[in-house]
Design a binder for this molecule. Structure first.
Ligand code: 4AD
Length: 569
């Protein structure tokens, strides 16, 4: 007896059904196509009807369908065969090319000049030049190879064709290999664009250091979809990207522009130590270490050292790393950051804020006036506009009112300063004078205002021991001559103040903060030997850069950022 196959037109499936009673096919045509007509077929409309033999007309129709399926199958087989043949032919062609390529030896013209950096190429149009660099982009089109070469000073489109594109090295070239390319620098034809407006028509080249392909290829280590922790581990490779390297180029330009501006304002640059034995901004954020058996810290701020320079060098500034051991994972906190600090003698509080504003605006103007740095700003932050002067000045007390008027609340705290929670949710209350304005509230305020804002006159209890008092209000709050400069998108980028210039007041400040004055003898001496009204500020370079280059986090603005748990690479 012949085998029976079942077809259920509603509940069955052709593939992967098998035509058994428990897994019936859906169409008679498929059953015929799969098993031929020598088998017994039973069919039903749906699981509610009984299986029956198919009618003659249904069989006839199904036969036609089966023939169609057969044709389709043949076609697919033919196509697969053709593709396999083509693949083999392509592999053989490539193998042959590679075999032939091994015989090709390019001849070097030894009379050539020394290699040039890409940034210096413009005056060398139509001349033969030689450049070294990394293969930033690579594309083959027929027998032409296009390379975008990167040498850290710029990008250069290079074209390899003819013999130079047929060498073994050409056929096996990989991204991020180092190469030396020699050829004629040609203006790109009208209607086409290339970095610098020219391209190198290569006539001689060689690989200096081949990067791996296959599994270990650069793009397999790193690509746009890589996880943030992988990007952090591979920061050394991320830096090679166009955005990361532009941010660092802009950072370099920013530091140079700051130095020019500060120097133009008659400030002298000094280099204070990083290893210190005194605190500036409170003991909670100090990185401690053993210094030949004595306790020491990584500096939080060079301010106190700058103050000692005033009588010797006049107004001073420094660009120094500062270290903060705070467990902050926000997008504006680093454990190590570049701190630009300055100190000025014989000024008042108004002079201080005017100076900070001038330094920032003049530095931005310098960057925008320089075509190279202006291009980086345009690339990274196309809608950037230099901020208008003067910056808005908002007193701390007015800011508290502003926050309450805008329904921006503060986390409720108990007498010990612990956040109060109810049913797992933080209780929010209006701000009151004496509250530390939280980062989120500060950011909301800055973003709503939308321009740089000087927030000034913070209560003494929120600030460091050295800050000069401004006034006492009716409720006994003591306010200081302190200011934070807030920028839209980032928040606080500068913290500054006038400093206590009276010896007794300084001792009271040490006492209030529970600081032993002994190791501060050198700082105290400044108040003894010719005190003066003075003030200064610290600017977070990564924060300013995040604002300027429109970066989401300061982590993108540091060469090798450090944050809690991250000190690699
Ligand atoms: O407000 P801060 O703590 O002030 C001082 O250290 C003063 N002694 C500076 C001075 O007057 N010479 O820090 C100053 C600036 C902040 O406004 C912020 O831009 C930056 O330093 N900053 C940080 N940047 C990145 N990560 C951190 N953890 C930072 N802490 C402060």
């Amino acid at each position: 007896m012949s085998t029976v196959y079942y077809v259920d037109e509603t509940a069955g499936v052709d593939a992967p059904g098998n035509g058994s009673e428990s897994a019936p096919y859906q169409s008679l045509a498929f059953a015929l196509f799969t098993h031929g007509d020598a088998v017994k077929l039973l069919i039903r409309k749906d699981p509610n009807t009984l299986y029956d033999e198919p009618t003659q007309s249904a069989l006839k129709k199904a036969k036609k369908g089966a023939e169609g399926l057969e044709k389709k199958k043949k076609k697919a087989e033919e196509l697969a065969e053709r593709e396999a043949k083509e693949k083999t032919a392509e592999r053989e062609r490539r193998e042959k090319l590679i075999e032939e390529s091994k015989k090709i030896q390019l001849k070097e013209d030894v009379s050539l000049p020394k290699a040039t950096k890409i940034v210096h190429l413009a005056p060398l149009r139509s001349k033969r030049v030689r450049v070294n660099g990394w293969v930033h982009r690579l594309r083959s089109q027929k027998d032409i190879i296009f390379i975008v070469l990167r040498d850290g000073t710029g990008y250069l489109q290079c074209v390899l064709s003819g013999l130079v594109a047929r060498t073994y090295e050409a056929l096996t070239l990989t991204l991020e290999s180092t190469v030396q390319l020699t050829g004629t620098l040609q203006e790109v034809p009208e209607g086409k664009t290339a970095p610098g407006g020219h391209e190198l028509i290569v006539d001689y080249w060689r690989v200096l250091g081949a990067a791996p392909g296959a599994d270990d290829a650069f793009t397999n280590r790193l690509n746009e979809k890589s996880d943030p922790s992988i990007l952090a581990d591979l920061r050394h490779l991320v830096l090679r990207g166009e955005t990361a390297s532009s941010v660092l180029k802009l950072r370099a330009a920013l530091l140079a522009a700051f130095r020019e501006t500060l120097t133009a304002h008659s400030l002298t640059e000094v280099t204070p130590p990083c290893m210190v034995q005194t605190q500036v901004e409170g003991g909670a954020t100090l990185f401690k270490f053993d210094y030949y058996g004595q306790p020491a810290f990584l500096t939080q701020s060079s301010q106190l050292y700058l103050e000692t320079c005033l009588p010797a060098l006049g107004d001073v500034f420094c660009v120094q790393e500062s270290f903060r051991a705070e467990n902050s994972h926000t997008r504006r906190h680093l454990s190590e950051y570049t701190h630009l600090e300055a100190e000025l003698a014989f000024i008042n509080f108004d002079d201080l804020m005017t100076h900070i504003e001038a330094i920032i605006c003049e530095t931005v103007d310098r960057l925008l006036a320089n075509p190279t740095s202006a291009a980086y700003i345009k690339q990274l932050n196309p809608s950037f506009k230099a901020p208008a002067r003067p910056f808005l000045r908002l007193s701390y007390v007015d800011a508290i009112k502003w926050l309450n008027d805008h329904n921006i609340m503060h986390e409720a705290e108990d007498a010990e300063g612990n956040v109060i929670k109810e049913q797992g949710l933080t209780v929010m209350v209006p701000h009151k004078v004496g509250d530390d304005i939280a980062e989120a509230a500060e950011r909301q305020m800055t973003d709503i205002i939308g321009t740089p804002v000087f927030l000034y006159g913070f209560p003494a209890e929120l600030k460091a021991f050295y800050m000069k008092k401004m006034r006492v209000d009716g409720e006994g709050h003591v306010f200081t001559e302190s200011c934070d400069l807030l920028m839209p998108g980032v928040g606080e980028i500068v913290g500054g103040s006038m400093r206590i210039d009276d010896l007794d007041e300084l001792f009271a400040g040490y006492k209030r903060e529970g600081i032993d004055p002994t190791p501060y003898y050198w700082y105290t001496d400044q108040r003894k030997y010719g005190t003066c009204a003075h003030g200064g500020y610290g600017l977070g370079v990564e924060r300013l850069l995040a604002w300027l280059a429109n970066r989401y986090t300061v982590r993108e603005c540091s060469l090798y950022p450090r944050w809690p748990g991250r000190a690699t690479p």
